[in-house]
Design a protein around this ligand. Structure first.
Ligand code: ACM
Ligand code: ZN
Length: 536
């Protein structure tokens, strides 16, 4: 019934009947405050689904009948931090986990059980005439994920999303037990994060001309005063206060938000604000077109690195528990070759070509993240392809750096070198691609591939042929939504649904348990569970 499919779900005889009043007991010693949060959310859903009057009570219920218990006793050790059990007997309902994440996921699964019951069983009229369920069939569930890194990447640079939409998306991720939101906050087309030390990044870099050259933007809707179209320009940004709120909201729902500040390329927006960071005199404009553009930071001057260190220090404060993504993809060749400062640096450092300079550049900045900020960094697999990140001891960027493969072959190559790796190979997880050939033909660029829900469902993050001794370096995956052609909320949901459901199961459930037909049956019931607001 549940998506992603639990490790073990066994129907049992009998039903748990809902009386008019229902008590939810908190016997979760590890973190009573957090268990109250889970119980409170659960209570709201129970009220709607059952029509019961629900009360949350502290402590062990003893022999009480007809109650719900949240507990951290008796959870099998091998379920890990995200694992949980649910037991529904005629007597009581027990949600059990050894850690907060597991308890939260027990709550999400229980919510789906309620939803399934409401969708498929005869309901009775509740007090206010709404349909409610009188009982829940007995069941035992034991669950834990296959991969720990289950993410979604959202590009807020090419098109800007309202904070309301981001929050709604976090709810969607949490309901599917996805635990990372990788937030692509900077690119040629917009800088979206307020940085106090460099106010022009957003006063200048967050806005682009909404001119004829970029007709897609005509549909970008203004969703709050900072976002959308405004006097012929398009853009928006997130204030630090908004970001802190979003990060805290996500954390409660077991979602870690990973900021991406893309270097050394994809930076026309930053250069429009601070042209002195470039190799050549500007002027630069925030891009109103897509593609491989000229926004490359100059590697041959100290002020570039001072700027990046200051920016990343602010970023690290805003995202206190997260690794920091440094991008590193798609540098347009030639910019550094034609810069006297970059050439002088190459001479001094003995760097033979631009890829060697890129490795040096990434190492400088990653070194700051590891050494000064005490975080892990992440970079795109381009750095592996260029022979860039080699895990060499003494290379300041390498210890702890995570590689995110997006081109076929990068993830395997990275894991084979003993580097922790996220496998986001585009053929399997790029949700900006169309879902059917017909859709592709009608309205998507030729260079995109077609990615069906079934193909996403069949995805195995372990690259074919990877020696088993390196499998543990594949941390998991992230599905990606680049938003060049995703101007609004309706299009966003069109791109991610229902592929996000398939992706969650591909990351959570063992391959041997996967069955696409069975998945589509469950999907037809659960899909309305997490639904977008209908577009205005
Ligand atoms: C990417 O798709 N440029 C990471
Ligand atoms: Zn330069």
């Amino acid at each position: 019934m549940i998506i992603p499919k639990p490790l073990v779900e066994q129907a049992q005889d009998g039903d748990f009947s809902f009386a008019d009043e229902l008590s939810v007991y908190l016997a979760f010693q590890k973190d009573p405050g957090y268990s109250f949060f889970v119980a409170d959310e659960l209570s709201q859903r129970l009220r709607v689904a059952t029509g019961c009057f629900v009360t949350i009570r502290d402590g062990d219920p003893g022999d009480a009948h007809g109650v719900i218990v949240l507990t951290d006793s008796d959870t099998p050790d091998d379920l890990g931090e995200e694992g949980y059990t649910i037991t529904v007997t005629p007597d009581r309902i027990t949600l059990s986990a050894s850690h907060n994440a597991g308890l939260f996921y027990a709550g999400q699964s229980f919510d789906q059980l309620l939803h399934h019951q409401r969708s498929t069983q005869n309901t009775t009229a509740g007090r206010n005439g709404e349909s409610t369920i009188p009982s829940l069939p007995c069941v035992t569930i034991q669950d834990k994920p296959r991969f720990g890194w289950r993410g979604f990447m959202l590009d807020s640079a090419r098109h800007f999303q309202s904070t309301e939409l981001i929050v709604q998306l976090i709810d969607q991720l949490a309901a599917l037990k996805l635990n990372r939101l990788h937030w692509h906050l900077t690119d040629d087309q917009g800088w979206r994060l307020e940085i106090l030390g460099y106010p022009k990044l957003t006063s200048v870099g967050a806005w682009r001309s909404n001119g004829q050259s970029n007709p897609e933007d005509g549909t970008g809707r203004a969703t709050r005063e900072q976002g959308g179209r405004d006097r012929g320009r398009y853009g928006g940004y997130y204030t630090q206060e908004q970001v802190r709120e979003i990060v805290a909201y996500a954390k409660h729902r077991q979602v870690t938000i990973i900021p991406e500040i893309d270097i050394p390329s994809h930076n026309l927006a930053a250069l429009a604000a601070y042209p002195q960071l470039a190799c050549h005199d500007g002027p630069f404009e925030v891009a109103s077109e897509w593609g491989l553009l000229d926004g490359v930071y100059c590697a041959g001057q100290d002020k570039t690195f001072t700027f990046l260190q200051n920016v990343l220090t602010e970023v690290a404060r805003l995202f206190p528990d997260a690794p920091i993504h440094l991008g590193g993809d798609e540098r347009k060749p030639g910019t550094w070759d034609s810069c006297p400062r970059c050439n002088a640096l190459r001479e001094r450092q003995g760097l033979s070509d631009e890829p060697a300079l890129q490795k040096w550049f990434m190492d400088q900045v990653a070194g700051h993240i590891h050494t000064t900020l005490g975080r892990r960094s992440i970079t795109w697999g381009d750095n592996i392809d260029a022979g860039g990140i080699d895990g060499t001891p003494g290379s300041p960027g390498s210890p702890g750096m995570i590689i995110q493969g997006w081109v076929d072959g990068q993830a395997g190559k990275s894991a084979q070198q003993g580097l922790d790796t996220i496998n986001s190979t585009n053929d399997w997880v790029y949700f900006d691609y169309p879902q059917t050939p017909k859709e592709h033909e009608a309205s998507y660029p030729d260079w995109m591939k077609t990615l069906s829900t079934e193909k996403v469902y069949q995805f195995d993050p372990i690259p074919q042929g990877l020696d088993p001794q390196f499998h543990h370096h594949i941390l998991g995956s992230e599905a990606h939504l680049w938003t060049e052609f995703v101007p609004d909320e309706a299009q966003l949901y069109h791109q991610i649904m229902p592929r996000l459901f398939a992706f969650s199961e591909a990351l959570w459930s063992p391959i041997a348990h996967r069955d696409y037909e069975d998945f589509t049956r469950r999907l037809s019931i659960q899909q309305p569970l997490v639904h977008p607001k209908s577009p205005a």
